[in-house]
Design a protein around this ligand. Structure first.
Ligand code: 4AD
Ligand code: MG
Length: 477
């Protein structure tokens, strides 16, 4: 039986078998207490071992980290804050964990230390909670779209195109690196490579999702994406998961409405289904906040913050309005921004996004109408021929959580944009053809799954909300 079920049960006297890992063992004269966890809940079940019936020696190896099978009887718990505990009839140690060398002791370990023990960190309260919340969010994403009639599309992981045009791709090749086939002019002959052309890991499933949307109506991809950007920040991964809905007949406003509805749905789902874990993560965060200076502390505890986002409309402003606010802001005038905001046209940095959200509006913000120069080629150009129908959703503590846009559906305009931005139109003939045949207004966005996870769990570093983070110089586990 899973511990989650045992703790909810009131079938006192029933026999159970439970298997898991020992968190702690305390021994007194006649009795030993084992706190057991099996990953099904943040809570441990207390196993009571009567040392007159089961010898102390036979449970000597049931130390922290050891795996055990317990056969016993569910009894009403006299204290311990829980209703049920297990009176053991038989304890079998399946796999011991030598306390001299087992790295996880029953005390608080730093997140940095646990990153170096990523193979074991699932066994801590913190990573157990994050893993369960992550699963719940994956499930909720599929449920949200399924209930709305969207189709899930598997877009390719190996592609020949750079959807974002940012050139931050990991190459995929079977060519021998120290013996590359060359053409006459000395350049590498990729015709001899596995796919007969240059290929890389995808940075986004959007372009292929668009093809599907222009037949199926409303679709979404939810897959791994890869970016070789060398940014060692607490919000960037080289391998992350992205949710990308793409909808025919949507304009930019429909797109924003869907983004806000989806984020609220997911947060509500977490509040309704993950409360035990969220409460634990909230307490954890509050402990951590105590070590911070007053002015750096988060204004709300985790659960309050999640409810706040549910209960308030996101602020919607244009890029031009955002730049005006930033230019006149205190930190800009006092030279506190690392990147000063002096003129229209500059790209917004995460410090600017966070100022807008955390200081100025004090709620999530959606920014639209960015200069076309700083956005991707596929975004629909506005009548001013200067801005595009982009929309970024900015969240407290994070900055950009969603990036999206209405797409350019006009063949001629799109072709011209591709040429202006040096996007190889010949190679993207298939993308362009959708604008030749039955083109329609459409829109979509990308939600960074790990950024959502940062928000929902209150964790501060993106390396801690994905089981096996990939970042520059780091692919150990
Ligand atoms: O803004 P981005 O680059 O947009 C796209 O890729 C579009 N094709 C999406 C679309 O319209 N279908 O990325 C979308 C989101 C960002 O807002 C951010 O949350 C996340 O993906 N993201 C990252 N998350 C973790 N690590 C990184 N290196 C990320 N880069 C982007
Ligand atoms: Mg973006």
């Amino acid at each position: 039986m899973k511990i989650k079920e045992i703790l909810k049960s009131d079938k006192y006297g029933d026999q159970v078998v439970v298997k898991g890992w020992v968190r702690t063992k305390r021994t007194s004269k006649n009795v030993a207490f084992i706190a057991l966890n099996d990953g099904s809940t943040i809570h441990n079940v207390q196993v009571v071992v009567d040392l007159n019936e089961i010898s102390e020696e036979s449970i000597a190896e049931a130390t922290t980290g050891a795996s055990v099978a317990i056969e016993g009887i569910m009894i009403e718990s006299p204290g311990s804050g829980q209703n049920v505990e297990i009176s053991a009839k038989k304890v079998t140690v399946l796999g011991p964990a030598d306390p001299e060398v087992y790295p996880l002791q029953p005390k608080k370990h730093s997140l940095e230390f646990l990153r170096e023990k990523a193979h074991l960190r699932f066994r801590t309260n913190t990573f157990g909670a994050i893993t369960r919340v992550r699963h719940a969010m994956i499930y909720a994403i599929h449920k949200f779209f399924n209930d709305k009639g969207f189709y899930n599309i598997h877009t390719p992981i190996i592609t020949g195109s750079d959807a974002e045009g940012a050139g931050e791709m990991f190459r995929v090749t079977t060519l021998e690196l120290n013996n590359l086939p060359r053409k006459e002019d000395g350049s590498i002959n990729f015709e001899e490579d596995f796919f007969g052309k240059e290929t890389n890991l995808t940075v986004s499933g959007q372009l292929e999702a668009e093809l599907a949307a222009l037949a199926m109506g409303e679709v979404y991809t939810f897959g791994p994406t890869f970016r070789a950007e060398n940014s060692n920040t607490s919000r960037h991964l080289a391998e992350f998961w992205m949710i990308e809905p793409e909808m025919a007949f949507y304009d930019i406003h429909d797109d924003m409405d869907l983004a806000e509805e989806m984020l609220k749905y997911l947060i509500r789902y977490a509040l309704e289904n993950c409360m035990d874990d969220l409460q634990f993560l909230s307490k954890r965060l509050q402990e951590e906040e105590k070590n911070k200076k007053q002015e750096d502390r988060a204004p709300m505890e985790l659960i309050e913050k999640l409810k706040f986002v549910l209960e308030n409309d996101f602020e919607r402003i244009t890029y031009t309005e955002a730049i005006d606010i930033l230019r006149d802001s205190k930190p800009n005038k006092k030279g506190k921004f690392q990147f000063p905001v002096d003129k229209w046209g500059v790209d917004m940095q995460s410090e600017h996004e966070r100022y807008l959200v955390e200081k100025h509006f004090q709620k999530p913000v959606i920014v639209t109408g960015y200069p076309k120069e700083i956005k991707a080629f596929y975004m629909k150009v506005n009548e001013d021929n200067n801005t595009v129908r982009a929309m970024d959703v900015l969240f407290p503590g994070i900055g950009e959580i969603i990036g999206g846009s209405q797409r350019e559906e006009k063949y001629d305009v799109l072709l011209k944009r591709m040429e202006e931005m040096s996007v190889p139109a010949e190679e993207m003939w298939w993308y362009l053809e959708t604008r030749k045949f039955g083109t329609v207004p459409h829109a979509g966005f990308g939600l960074g799954f790990e950024r959502l996870m940062l928000f929902v769990t209150g964790m501060g570093n993106i390396r801690d909300v994905i089981p096996f983070p990939r970042t520059p110089q780091n692919a150990e586990f």
